[in-house]
Design a protein around this ligand. Structure first.
Ligand code: PAF
Length: 290
């Protein structure tokens, strides 16, 4: 099936972008948003395709959000590749791209924050304490700017999805949140803008993450339900696979992200670890019915 190709208009000014989205909605069109930080890969393009199936207009934001990076993280070196990002979006058809500078999003004196729910405190929250507050604040702004009917986020940051779903529900935001499945390279590595930091040798070792997660899912499919046993195996395979350090390797409830004793419906296995200087995250759903 051929895809509809539209050349994206790149808009720097958030209020101009908001006016454009409002004009579409006044014509009765549904607006869908895919928030990104750029350095786009096939995973992002697949989110755009999901969004297109639910909306008349698809808008993408490209904004490396300073408030979600902690001290010593990769904010400065995070890849900024606007020109090639827009070219990639033109291959799938996007109606507008919002690409503001930090000063356009956070004017002088900006001080409002959206405090994320409890689910933000575990896992990533233990290692990146202010990260999800930065995410909820910017995502609330982006969804308000687009007045989005629908927004699509990747499964790869599963916790982010849980945090955003809860924010939208509890703040009565009228946006439907959809999950786009994780896109993987042919050898299993989850696509990530940060994969470009890996050397060839590190990339080989990074494969331990998807390998360990797939092995965990296979065990569940074969009938293993002891989540502690599964988490122990997961951790051991990451160590054996040569990760330099492991922040967590857990079997958790899909909504609360609390660690489980027994695998039940909606359980998920989540991993975060370092290969060289690069921190990678990945997860698989452990739906033992599938
Ligand atoms: O997932 C990301 O790329 C970012 O966290 C997001 C949702 C675009 C907010 O900056």
């Amino acid at each position: 099936m051929s895809e509809q190709i539209t050349r994206a208009t790149v808009i720097i000014d958030p209020l101009t972008f908001q006016r454009q989205c409002l004009a579409w909605q006044r014509q009765g069109e549904r607006v869908g948003m895919v928030p990104t930080m750029g350095a786009l890969h096939e995973g992002h393009l697949s989110l755009v395709r999901v969004c297109r199936r639910h909306c008349d207009r698809v808008v993408v934001s490209i904004f490396v959000n300073p408030s979600q990076f902690g001290p010593g993280e990769d904010f400065e070196r995070y890849p900024r590749t606007l020109e090639s990002d827009v070219a990639a979006l033109d291959t799938v058809g996007v109606d507008a791209v919002l690409a503001p500078a930090p000063i356009d999003m956070y004017g002088p004196g900006f001080s409002t924050v959206v405090q994320p729910a409890h689910v933000a405190q575990t896992l990533e929250g233990q290692f990146r304490p202010s990260h999800y507050q930065g995410v909820t604040t910017v995502v609330a702004k982006l969804l308000n700017l687009a007045r989005a009917d629908v927004a699509v986020f990747g499964q790869k940051d599963y916790q982010q999805l849980a945090v955003i779903r809860q924010m939208v529900r509890e703040l009565n935001m009228p946006t439907e949140i959809l999950m786009g499945e994780t896109c993987r390279e042919s050898d299993g590595l989850a696509m990530s803008s940060r994969n470009r930091y890996l050397t060839a040798e590190e990339r080989k070792r990074a494969l331990a993450i998807s390998r360990a997660l797939f092995a965990c899912r296979d065990r569940v499919r074969r009938g293993e339900r002891d989540a502690r046993e599964l988490a122990t195996n997961l951790m051991q395979e990451l160590i054996d696979g040569g990760l330099d350090s492991i922040d967590y390797a857990v079997i958790a409830d899909g909504q609360t992200l609390a660690s489980l004793d027994q695998v039940g419906a909606g359980a998920v296995a989540l991993v975060a670890g370092h290969v060289g200087k690069t921190r990678l995250i990945d997860n698989v759903l452990l739906d033992h019915a599938s």
